[in-house]
Structures are given as C-alpha cells and as structure tokens.
Design a protein around this ligand. Sequence first.
Ligand code: SF4
Ligand code: SF4
Length: 341
Amino acid sequence: MSSLMWYIFDFARKAWADAFANAKTNPEIAEKPERFRDFPKVNKEYCIGCGACTVSCPSPNAIKIVREEDDETGEGLTYPIIFPEACIRCGFCAEVCPTDPKTLECGLNHYILPEFNLIPSKRKYVVDDFLCIKCKKCMKKCPVEAISVVDGKLVVDQLKCISCGECLGVCPVNGAMKGVFVDNLQDQKELILSCVNFLEEFIEGKEEDLRLLEQNDLLQYDVPVSEIWDDALKIMPDEEIALEIITNAVNRLKIRIIDWDESKCEKCQLCIPDCPTECISFDDDKDTIVRDKNRCLRCSICYQTCPFSVIKYFIAKFSLDDGENIHIIVNASNLNEGIVE
Ligand code: SF4
Ligand code: SF4
C-alpha cells in the first residue's frame, strides 16, 4: 500500500509531471526504475472513446485518441494510442479508464482501489467552519489524510485531496462539508442569488405572522423547491448540480428581518444617531421617522436602542433535507428581553 501511496503523491504533482514531460531524455526513466509501471497496453476493441485517459495524462503528447475510417463492415474503431517516447509510465490512463474489460492496462498496477479515481474533478471539497461541529469524522475517513485541524478549524489540503468524496458521505451535519463545483462559479452565484432573493421575499411577505410571533415561539414554513425550480434550471440546466448548489446554499442560509411597527413610535429619535448607515431620519414635514430599507444592514442596533418596541428583529434559518421542501424556521430575537414596553 505504501508504494501505491508513493505513486499517488509523487506522480500527482505538477512539478513532477513537468520535470518528466520529456521522457526520452531523462536517464532515470530510460533505466526504468522498479517503481515505474509498464507502458500501458491498449486493447482497442474495448474502447468507448470517452477520452478519460487523455484528460488524465500528465505528459504532453503521450496519448491520443484516434479513429479508424469507416468501411463496409461498419464504423471504424476509436481507441487510444500511446507514444512511448513521451509516455512517462505513470499509469494514470489505465487507472481512469472506465471500461471493463480494460482498454488500457499497465501490469498489475491498473488494479487500483476505486477510491483512487484520478479523473480530474470538477469539485473541490471544503469545510464550512460555521456549521462544522469538529467531530472529525471526515478527517478519520479521508484515505489520503488530506484533512487536518489548523488553528482549531478543519481544513482540506487541496493538493492532497483526490476528490473521492468520502468526507461528504460521513459528515453528520448538513452543509458542513461541501463538494463545491469549481467550473461554473458565475452561474452558481446567479443561482444562489435567485434562490436567496426568493426566500427573502417569501419571509418578508409574512409580516403579519411575524408581528404576532411571541418571544420564544417559532414560526415554521415549508416551501417546495418546485417554486424556484424553473428559474434555477434556466441558470443551471443540469438538475443534479442545480439541486446540489441550492441545497448547499440553503443549508447555510440565515436571513435577518427587521419589522417596524410605526404605530408604536413615540418619535424620541434615539435610533437615528445609532444607525451606522444613516438609514433612519426624521421627516419634519410629515412629522415622522423615515427608514430607508435599502440601506439597512439589519445590524439590530435600532432594535436594541428603541425603548418602545417599535422594531422587532427576527432570524430565519433554512434547511433542505429531502430535496423537495425548503424548511424555514423563524424565531424572534431575545436580545431585548426585559425591556419594558
Ligand atoms: S474528497 Fe474528502 S475524503 Fe476524499 S480525499 Fe478529498 S478531503 Fe479526503
Ligand atoms: S465530518 Fe462534518 S462536522 Fe465532522 S468535522 Fe468533518 S466537516 Fe466538521
């Protein structure tokens, strides 16, 4: 097993691949030290033409997919050919080849454990420290010890990570370990924004429920994902990826809500100088307090300042466990408990 680990760590390094890209001039390779694999053998009749081998190969010009010409007996075969002068015998192509029987073989080394699947991943695994409970299950499960504790936080070493996803499978906290897609960031942002905007509007539309909510009580709602699904698919047409991104975003989401009940205002104006964004002012003509909602940070300072409970402050938390309903829990802040109305 240790020699296998050697392969994984040493061959996966870009510096190594660069150094050995020109195999024919490197004497060490010419001597074929014991740790090197054989040149891959190609069984062209099994090839499905997926191209995984060419994507995984770290050596330029070592492997190429070719296609024979069609003739009267049928379509020409598609298969890889190996150029020995550039092949560095790492065996990555044989590892990633998904066919069974194998199109590419390189001695016994192609019997690689399934977790060492080196197809370049579109995902990066990251720990969300906000949700992580530090149970370290991911750390214990990781087959390549890519997860460690740094400054009290669980951190994934991206250079060691082989994207097996084992950590995601054992994490008991929804959203604490994330498999984040790295090749469609702009679309992800747009999708998350559209989802958050929808939920924000939904929760702010519950003004009446919020005003009636007693301290220490909860409001709960379920919103079907189907309500945002059409818009989501316009941004991210792959249903599986769209649902995963929405789930990741929702399970982390908290929305703070400020509710102003103007009928209770005594116009003391204590909130005005305390607001850090100057979004509260006094309108002399209308003889009333005015609040610019768009500038509000929802910091809760006005809520804590107001002696007449004009302002109520709520926190909505969201979760999407079953992939179908976004569960919302809203509770009233108890920062002001004890204030006399
Ligand atoms: S995906 Fe997770 S468990 Fe797998 S190697 Fe990366 S950090 Fe380790
Ligand atoms: S398994 Fe999840 S909760 Fe446990 S330490 Fe890892 S990320 Fe944190």
